[in-house]
Design a protein around this ligand. Structure first.
Ligand code: S3P
Length: 429
């Protein structure tokens, strides 16, 4: 059987790449960005920034952004197309909201089914004029205003995108904005704020709740940004190496941000032999190498409180669970219904098709694992156009030689265009 061996550098982190471009565009001069993820989603953000008057060029391996300062976006001539990218839509709606311009945001079929009112309610309270389609969806039209009212926002629902959008809006507003997160989420935006020496206060309110206070408007001095590599992309090969006998790999330069690598703790608790070695800090993020060896996995109960930190990794964790001894339960997954596909449905449908016993209800999934299942006939895997579902089942398919047929692999380029090249490298030993 094929095995995974060797060492690779994973591509740039998707969340950090979007933010690097946006913060560079808000700086008062030239910013060089290295290791930017050149995926479809990130290119959506890049092209929208160009539409908003930001000059961006590529020189060798670096992207150079000529920032126009906070409040420096100009009236776009066209609609702003976010494609499949939830992060582009939420972050850019926030970023334009405090500029005196009017913009129309559109997206593809999947993105046009994802809620935008979860963000617009906050911006509307501040005084932004927003028109949504069917009260919740793209196309969304916004008339931004530099005089939006800075205020306190209480976020009940965990969303790093919504938090970041409010922060981006606040950077150009005169006065105090306070965001109270009832459930903490990923903190890349705060880390970049710190790296760029933007003055703000973050307070821990309880174990799971934080407040962020900004006092704008800000002048952001240009500072070059190096993007750490993406732990969520690394997760596919980490699980691959754990479940394929004789595998042993090293993944380099991975962002070790605590709000992103909770899946590694989960996999270790399942018995995964994973070693992390921090090597340095780049642009506000710790990075390091991850060593992984084939391991016999045991089932685990994953509690609901972890879901904001595992949000993008449930598809690949469900693949690990399918090979683990016992029944793995994952709770508190309601947000998975609102991602690039209904990921509860995508996971359950496809794992069941392969032959695993999977049960789900509204918010939970349980998977009875077995590394002894044999597949006789080819099984067609439906990705629903969801990149993380596609990559997860490519990894599972490595165990069942050519038996899992992925209906559409093109969606992989949304977050990880080099996935197949990297897989080839790791499997050609
Ligand atoms: C992201 C936050 C997460 C995640 C998404 C990227 C971000 O969404 O699923 O892929 O870059 O802020 P939430 O808004 O649900 O936290």
């Amino acid at each position: 059987m094929l095995k995974l061996k060797g060492s690779i550098k994973i591509s740039g982190d998707k969340s950090i790449s979007h933010r690097a471009l946006i913060f560079a565009s808000l700086s008062t001069g030239k910013v060089k960005i290295s290791n930017l993820l050149e995926s479809d989603d990130v290119m959506r953000t890049l092209n929208i920034l160009k539409e908003l008057g930001i000059k961006i060029i590529k020189k060798k391996a670096q992207w150079i952004v000529y920032g126009n300062g906070t409040g420096g976006y100009i009236q776009p001539a066209q609609v702003l197309d976010c494609g499949n990218s939830g992060t582009t839509s939420r972050l850019m709606i926030g970023a334009v909201s405090s500029n005196p311009i009017s913009c129309t945001f559109i997206g593809d079929n999947s993105l046009s089914k994802r809620s935008m009112s979860r963000l617009s309610v906050f911006l509307e309270k501040m005084g932004a004029e927003i028109k949504l389609t069917k009260k919740d969806f793209l196309p969304l039209h916004i008339i931004g205003d530099i005089n939006l009212i800075p205020m306190e926002h209480i976020m009940q629902k965990a969303s790093a995108q919504v938090k970041s959008a409010i922060i981006l809006s606040a950077l150009n507003l005169r006065g105090k904005t306070r965001i109270i997160e009832k459930k903490n989420t990923r903190d890349h935006t705060e880390r970049l704020l710190r790296y760029l020496k933007i003055n703000f206060k973050k307070k821990i309110l309880s174990k799971s709740s934080t407040s962020i206070e900004l006092n704008g408007p800000y002048e952001i001095k240009p500072r070059n940004i190096i993007v750490a590599s993406d732990p969520s992309s690394a997760a596919f090969f980490i699980v691959g190496a754990l479940i394929i006998p004789d595998s042993k790999i090293t993944l380099k330069n991975i962002a070790l941000n605590k709000s992103r690598i909770a899946f590694i703790d989960v996999l270790k608790k399942m018995g995964g032999k994973i070693r992390i070695k921090k090597t340095k800090s780049i642009s506000g993020e710790d990075v390091g190498d991850i060593h992984v060896k084939y391991s016999l996995l045991n089932a685990i109960k994953i509690k609901a409180s972890l879901s904001p930190y595992l949000i993008d990794e449930y598809p690949i964790l469900s693949i690990a669970a399918s090979q683990a001894k016992g029944i793995t339960t994952m709770r508190g997954l309601s947000e998975l219904r609102h991602k690039e596909s209904d990921r509860i449905k995508s996971i359950v449908t496809n794992l069941s098709k392969v032959g695993f016993k999977v049960v789900s209800n509204k918010d939970d999934i349980s998977i009875k694992g077995s590394n002894k299942i044999q597949i006789d006939n080819r099984k067609k895997i439906k990705t629903y156009g969801d990149h993380r579902i596609a990559m997860s089942f490519v990894i599972l398919g490595l165990l069942y030689k050519n038996k899992l047929i992925i209906d559409d692999e093109s969606c992989i380029s949304i977050s990880y265009p080099d996935f197949k090249n990297h897989l080839k490298k790791l499997s050609s030993h």
